[in-house]
Design a binder for this molecule. Structure first.
Ligand code: ADP
Length: 482
């Protein structure tokens, strides 16, 4: 088999660092509003600039058309050279072209001097003759045209000409472009600053988790006393507290496992030591009478029985520790089960002159593991007989409500002192070691019973008074919860 020194950690390969989404989130939150604002502002800035220029040109063209009206320009176009010059200058200022159209749609003045004498029946001109001032905007072609009417000097003020001003938006747009370019530059600078701030922030945000990781790594390397408190965030505080709790639990479990192993070794050694002592003394004696031989051999056989009982009990316990899935749950008539147990234990009770009383308040059928529950109840009844007094009694009561059934084992025995009642469910714990040994106890019976009860999601309670007797009550759900 090939030795594998390093196993690739699949989880680690697939997982991304928490810093990555945090960083992008931060960047997105910083850049998105800025980019949106830039786009919206750029567009509206462009529109505002063009609109401003249109209004400016419109006003200027109304002023000019008024001047043309007053100078009776239409009666003899081109006569007033000064006015013509002025039209040229205005056209230059707006980087555009001024065209004057007479009543016959003939162009009488063109600052570009290209179309004088030609006919212009364009829509804005026609509309202006009808009295509507229109604006033609060609944003794509970077120009717009405005019209202004030229009147005669009569009372009716008839429109006798149209002043058409065509202005270019090119220079405005180039201004807007340069503003946008500047803002783009600042945007790049802002993105760089945001990126740096993002990196810094994510590193700082994740730092407490890193600290926790370092502490855990140290702990994994063996320094179990490592302080893993991390109180920067409520989350890290909760995680570190949960880890501490788990560690304490694990340490307690570890200690109790060690204790258990020590107890097991001790308990297993006791009968072996007795056997050795008995065997040694037999061997050291010469001409041992057959009777003494038999007596010693009986003792040795008793010790072997004891050893085998300890091993049996230990095996039952280990089996129960394994997993709840090992339960063989089925519908069991608890009345019959209890009666069978009592029938089996009747001879032992009789031997000790203890009266066994069974009281069934209700018929009970429940989902339980019959073998394990039988073992648990037997342990309680056996104890009630073992730790009883001559002529005493043991009363077993079976009752139920809509959710649970209750098995109560009460006795008139020696009882258990109040301060020791918690301990009796521990493995190998015995109140009176001598008496327990005498009666063949292993100290594992109640531990087994408690395990069985817990496996069925039930509970066990003890009430006892020294010298008066004890009552063990177990409560088990009627239906097993998978
Ligand atoms: P054991 O094999 O010694 O009986 P258990 O785990 O069944 O072990 O019981 C633990 C100890 O609790 C016993 O040694 C005994 O001292 C005490 N005990 C258990 N049941 C009773 C009882 N009904 N009356 C008095 N003491 C009891």
């Amino acid at each position: 088999m090939a030795l594998q020194f390093w196993k690739p950690d699949k989880g680690r390969q697939r997982a991304i660092s928490m810093r990555v989404p945090l960083f992008f989130l931060f960047l997105l939150m910083g850049i998105l509003p800025m980019a949106l604002q830039g786009a919206v502002m750029g567009r509206s800035f462009r529109r505002i600039q063009i609109d401003g220029r249109v209004i400016e040109v419109q006003n200027q063209s109304l002023i000019t058309s008024d001047r043309l009206t007053r100078a009776e320009y239409m009666s003899a176009p081109g006569r007033d050279a000064l006015l013509d010059k002025e039209l040229d200058t205005i056209a230059d200022i707006f980087n555009g072209r001024i065209v004057v159209v007479d009543q016959n749609f003939r162009i009488v003045k063109d600052t570009f001097k290209l179309s004088v004498g030609r006919i212009n029946v364009s829509e804005p001109v026609l509309r202006c003759f009808k009295g509507e001032n229109s604006i033609l905007r060609e944003d794509e072609k970077q120009y717009f045209a405005v019209t202004a009417p030229i009147y005669d000097n009569s009372e009716e003020r008839n429109i006798i000409g149209v002043l058409l001003t065509i202005a270019s938006t090119e220079n405005i747009l180039s201004n807007v472009d340069s503003v946008e370019e500047t803002s783009r530059f600042y945007m790049v600078v802002a993105v760089m600053v945001l990126t740096l701030a993002g990196i810094l922030l994510t590193v700082l945000l994740v730092k407490p988790f890193d600290n926790l990781q370092v502490s855990l790594d140290r702990m994994a390397d063996g320094s179990l006393e490592e302080d893993i408190s991390e109180h920067t965030y409520r989350e890290t505080h909760r995680i570190s507290e949960a880890i501490k709790k788990t560690m304490t639990k694990l340490q307690t479990m570890d200690r109790s496992r060690e204790e258990f192993v020590a107890n097991v070794s001790h308990e297993l050694k006791t009968p072996i030591t007795s056997i050795r002592v008995l065997a040694d003394s037999l061997m050291s004696m010469e001409d041992v009478p057959a009777e003494l031989y038999r007596e010693f051999m009986t003792d040795i056989s008793d010790e072997i029985d004891r050893e085998s009982k300890i091993v049996d009990d230990l095996l039952s316990l280990v089996k129960m520790d394994k997993s709840v899935a090992e339960l063989n749950v089925e519908q069991v008539d608890i009345n019959i089960l209890v009666q069978q147990i009592l029938k089996r234990l009747q001879p032992i009770a009789e031997k000790r002159s203890v009266e066994l009383i069974y009281e069934s308040i209700r018929e009970v059928t429940a989902d339980v593991d019959e073998t394990k529950l039988s073992l648990a109840i037997s342990n309680l009844v056996e104890n009630a007989i073992k730790y009883n007094v001559e002529g005493g009694w043991v009363r077993v009561t079976l009752d139920a409500d809509h959710k649970y059934f209750y098995v109560k084992v009460a006795d008139s025995g020696i009882g258990i002192p109040q301060e020791l009642q918690e301990n009796v469910f521990e493995r190998f714990y015995r109140v009176d070691k001598a008496r327990s040994r005498e009666t063949g106890g292993t100290g594992l019976g109640l531990a087994i019973t408690k395990n069985v009860v817990l496996m069925h999601y039930g509970a066990i309670r003890l009430m006892s008074k020294e010298g008066e007797g004890s009552t063990f009550t177990m409560r088990i759900p009627l239906t097993y919860i998978y």
